[in-house]
Design a protein. Structure first.
Length: 288
């Protein structure tokens, strides 16, 4: 279908997209392409500690990840009058925290929000996290390397990731991220989740939460909890099938990108002040 946008300058509408734990901006590639084609100013930064070796990640904590995301937000705020923040998995928690810190956030898109890994494909190592709180150095020695399906139902993409996983086994990152997750990093995620639960009730901006009913890493309970915690009057919970945790890249990625753009357009004063009618059914674009 042909992409429809208005004929005005939409660059004052900014979108910050935040990847997940051990991930990379590649997770947001289809969304970046789609939103850029609509004329929005889009930023998808690499979080501190990511994009390198597993030791680089172990040398950072949740506060470092949050500070990196905040820096990206502040840079975008210098260019844009409205900013929407989208995050995947752990990135969704960071998006929510930014909305708590900066009260002028226009809206948040929380995709596969992860308060805890409670899905059917989660290894037993998560049970070691309480022990790591008492003996922190253990968290730097216990890890798991992800196996298929990598939070995806798309078998083509699974094969591509399997070919690149050898880099991760050598402690190196690749285009898709670092497929080795240490207990120490999960412990940091737990700390972040506790902070999110404390501050979520103070978040009031418009929000859309998108989660798969077939998520093998984090159950739909995560999304429902966050939906009930935030105080936004305008909030939606979208539940999808035929996709897994990394829904930004999976079989329903076009539905995800369209949901994001529709959410932004419906809430944007800048876009709607242009007084241009658009057909929501034609907002989809071709995503490779």
């Amino acid at each position: 279908m042909q992409l429809i946008k208005n004929n005005y300058d939409n660059s004052r509408i900014g979108v910050l997209l935040i990847h997940g734990l051990t991930g990379s901006p590649c997770e947001m590639k289809p969304e970046v392409k789609h939103l850029t084609q609509l004329g929005f100013t889009v930023k998808a930064p690499m979080l501190p500690g990511h994009g390198g070796s597993h030791q680089d990640l172990l040398n950072t904590n949740w506060q470092d990840w949050f500070d990196g995301a905040c820096q990206a937000y502040e840079e975008l705020a210098k260019q844009c009058a409205e900013i929407y923040i989208g995050g995947l998995s752990m990135g969704a928690l960071l998006a929510l925290m930014i909305a708590h810190k900066y009260k002028n956030v226009s809206g948040i898109i929380l995709m596969s929000p992860t308060l805890k890994y409670d899905g059917g494909n989660v290894p037993f190592l998560h049970r070691l996290m309480p022990l790591a709180d008492f003996i922190p150095f253990l968290g730097k020695y216990f890890y798991w390397t992800e196996d298929p399906p990598y939070g995806l139902k798309d078998q083509r993409l699974q094969k591509i990731i399997t070919k690149s996983i050898e880099n991760a086994k050598n402690s190196n990152s690749n285009e898709f991220g670092l497929f080795r997750t240490y207990v120490a990093s999960l412990r940091q995620l737990n700390h972040l989740a506790r902070i999110v639960k404390k501050h979520a009730p103070m978040v009031t901006c418009p929000a859309v939460i998108i989660h798969s009913l077939e998520d093998s890493l984090t159950s739909i309970d995560n999304a429902i909890q966050i939906y009930n915690m935030i105080s936004s009057k305008d909030k939606q919970l979208l539940m999808l099938d035929n996709c897994d945790h990394v829904l930004t890249l999976d079989l329903r990625k076009k539905d995800v990108t369209n949901s994001i753009s529709n959410f932004i357009i419906n809430n944007s004063t800048i876009y709607n002040d242009n007084s241009i009618e658009y057909d929501e059914s034609n907002l989809a674009c071709s995503i490779a």
